[in-house]
Design a protein. Structure first.
Length: 205
């Protein structure tokens, strides 16, 4: 018996809300890491975020989500492409198709390493010690390359990863945007430097 599209959509929205709640828990842990976490808590925090990342990934890549999506797609529920339901289903499908290609182990590793890297970067920055941060940055790059290869969209690794934040955007298009910014801002920066005035660095801290 085919699943009713309306029922499938209700279940999909319910699961999405659950995933969003777990994501907000992760955000609170990240906020605490930035503001109040003890210096020695980075490894434990990395384990916490890794566990949460794995839980979110499991819930989002559950095969039942594909069943719900298939029941909804092509139904009258999403016939108006600008309706809330159509937009929600379209975006969940896009994210689901990316997520199922990435192994849970990689999601957990990325969450753990990037969390622990924050503390390493913070301390290395204070001491201007690049050598302290270089190894963990190298590990992050390795994991992000693995992630891009897992998704394997046919685009470059950079374009594949950027698509998660700016769907459809490419490095080539982004380069043209920055080129325009450079041409407009460089004269301003040059004028400030030429003025000899000391910048107020307090606004950067």
């Amino acid at each position: 018996m085919a699943l009713n599209p309306k029922t499938a959509y209700e279940k999909l929205v319910e699961r999405s809300k659950e995933i969003s709640l777990l994501g907000s828990v992760s955000s609170v842990l990240h906020w605490d890491m930035e503001t109040g976490m003890p210096d020695g808590g980075s490894h434990h925090r990395g384990d916490q975020l890794s566990l949460l990342g794995g839980m979110i990934h499991e819930r989002f890549t559950d095969p039942v989500i594909a069943e719900w999506l298939e029941a909804i797609e092509g139904s009258d529920l999403v016939s108006d492409q600008r309706s809330d339901a159509a937009v929600n289903v379209r975006e969940i499908r896009r994210e689901y198709d990316r997520a199922v290609k990435v192994p849970k182990r990689l999601v957990e590793d990325l969450a753990r390493v990037t969390s622990e890297a924050h503390v390493v970067w913070r301390d290395a920055r204070k001491e201007s010690d690049w050598s302290a941060f270089a190894p963990v940055l190298t590990r992050i790059v390795e994991l992000k390359r693995e992630q891009a290869d897992a998704i394997a969209s046919g685009a470059t690794r950079y374009d594949t990863l950027m698509d998660a934040f700016e769907p459809g955007m490419t490095a080539q298009e982004m380069s043209s945007v920055f080129a325009g910014l450079i041409s407009e801002t460089k004269p301003i920066i040059d004028a400030v430097v030429a003025s000899g005035k000391k910048p107020n660095e307090a606004i950067l801290t």
